[in-house]
Design a protein around this ligand. Structure first.
Ligand code: NAG
Ligand code: NAG
Ligand code: NAG
Ligand code: NAG
Ligand code: NAG
Length: 438
């Protein structure tokens, strides 16, 4: 079977309808507090890093001023431990008064004034995972309305301290309640993670119609082991998970660790590349105030972001697993373009991997290849021509493959990536355009 056939088959499987709130037609991008800041509420001793309005204002400033927002990173999301231990007299959630003295509406205005959106965290159950007030079934309407009144743009609804019956009722009810507020609020559901992530317990058709994204699997931790564990789980179950993703409805393998402590530069590129192939939400959880330039360069790479944000919204797949620790991932993109990731799980030395596009089932043609991390456009590549690439241990080589039909045209995908439209370039070598600037 040739490549167009594979694209057709993949595209066809994405037929289920998405939650009808018009949001997140491409995977959401932004920043989420949890992985890096957890439940640090010790503002007396750790004022810069504790969960407080200061932290979210700081990060909003960075997103707005350091080029993140223009690249698509526009959500700034609060996680657990923001609230007071008690609801107010009217039974509404309220923020911790000491750590959020200005209140959430003021923080939302601050965020909106900077062209960003504010996300918040709730938990379907008696308590949040860290023991703060949860949203029991009778509180769903109240909490949805409170969030809407505050100007919230996204809700992550966790599932600690509820049972399967309550979750089956509560997750759809919250979807209805958010809709009833009239405010478009992106809805992230942790539900499948509490059901083991797989059918028959998880009904992905239903999830896609009530949630914009969902956490299928356990929390990411700041280590390469954790990334590998997540990548393996998603790849091993890709026949189930890949078809259920699409515009407005995304699998969420959890936050990006890039800029934290656990990943090397190569591993950081690998996480970014594999998350882009998986059409994953890109929520950083790091300190944007002190980010080093290597992490910034990876997170702000326009090629990998364009691949992640491809409008067609088809999730990619692992297509090859060599016995000697090399894996190949592929994602079809708009306008018959595609992305390839060559990933090494080896732990010895850079591995020289030889293959051809034909062996990866690309149809007979001559392609042009853009190397995403070295940011270089390479000479034309015939499908039958063997090439050899060097892949670092726990690293990747990522390619954006320009389809043959577009060779010789002065641009491709007009209007596909508004942010980059202005910057389309025509290369000297045959006039090939990329949806991002070189
Ligand atoms: C609520 O749902 C209706 C019907 O599915 C949809 O047309 C509308 O845009 C939704 N509104 C919000 C705010 O999500
Ligand atoms: C779930 O919790 C509710 C109380 O909210 C209880 O009535 C019900 O029996 C529980 N269901 C299961 C399956 O444990
Ligand atoms: C899954 O949910 C959909 C939509 O809610 C429903 O039509 C379908 O019957 C469900 N599938 C199973 C196996 O329960
Ligand atoms: C290429 O196609 C053949 C025949 O359908 C299949 O057996 C093989 O696994 C495919 N290879 C890749 C890398 O997709
Ligand atoms: C690829 O190379 C082969 C062998 O050199 C040649 O016969 C074929 O025409 C080339 N195909 C394209 C699309 O350039």
């Amino acid at each position: 079977m040739g490549l167009p056939g594979v694209i057709f088959a993949l595209a066809l499987t994405t037929v289920a309808t998405a939650l009808d709130n018009g949001l997140m037609r491409t995977p959401p991008m932004g920043w989420l507090a949890w992985e890096r800041y957890r439940c640090d509420i010790d503002c007396d001793n750790d004022p810069k890093n504790c969960i407080s309005e200061v932290l979210f204002r700081d990060m909003a400033d960075r997103l707005a001023e350091d080029g993140w927002r223009e690249l698509g990173y526009d959500y700034i999301n609060i996680d657990d431990c923001w609230s007071s231990r008690k609801r107010d007299e009217q039974g509404r959630l309220q923020p911790d008064p000491k750590r959020f003295p200005g209140g959430i509406p003021k923080l939302a205005r601050y965020v909106h004034d900077r062209g960003l959106k504010l996300g918040i965290y709730g938990d379907l159950g008696t308590h949040t995972c860290m023991g703060y007030p949860g949203t029991t079934l009778d509180k769903i309407d109240t909490d949805a309305q409170t969030f809407a009144d505050w100007g919230i743009d996204m809700l992550k609804l966790d599932g600690c301290y509820s049972n399967a019956t309550e979750q089956e009722k509560g997750y759809p009810l919250m979807s209805k309640a958010l809709n009833a507020t009239g405010r478009p609020i992106g809805y992230s559901c942790s539900w499948p993670a509490y059901q083991g992530g797989l059918p028959p317990k998880v009904n992905y058709t239903q999830l896609g119609s009530i949630c914009n994204l969902w956490r299928n699997y356990g929390d990411i931790q700041d280590s390469w082991d954790s990334v590998l564990n997540i990548v393996d789980w998603f790849s091993n179950h890709q026949d189930i998970l890949q078809p259920v993703a699409g515009p407005g409805r995304w699998n969420d393998p959890d936050m990006l660790l890039i800029g934290d402590f656990g990943l090397s530069v190569d591993q950081s590129r690998s996480q970014m590349a594999l998350w882009a192939i998986m059409a994953a939400p890109l929520f950083m959880s790091n300190d944007l105030r002190t980010l080093n330039s290597e992490a910034r360069t990876i997170l702000q790479n326009k090629g990998v972001i364009a691949i992640n944000q491809d409008k067609m919204g088809v999730q990619g797949r692992r297509i090859l697993k060599e016995k000697y620790g090399i894996e190949v991932y592929w994602r079809p993109l708009s306008n018959a373009a595609s992305a390839l990731v060559f990933f090494s799980r080896r732990t010895d030395m850079p591995y020289r991997y030889t293959t051809s596009l034909g062996k990866l089932n690309y149809t007979a043609a001559s392609y042009q290849v853009y190397d995403v991390f070295s940011e270089k456009l390479m000479p034309g590549l015939n499908d039958t021509t063997d090439f050899t690439i060097s892949i670092n241990p726990s690293g990747v080589v990522m390619w954006y493959i320009i389809p043959p039909a577009l060779l010789g045209q002065s641009q491709m995908g007009g209007g596909e990536y508004p942010n980059f439209r202005r910057k389309y370039r025509v290369s000297q070598r045959g006039g090939v355009g990329l949806p991002f600037s070189l």
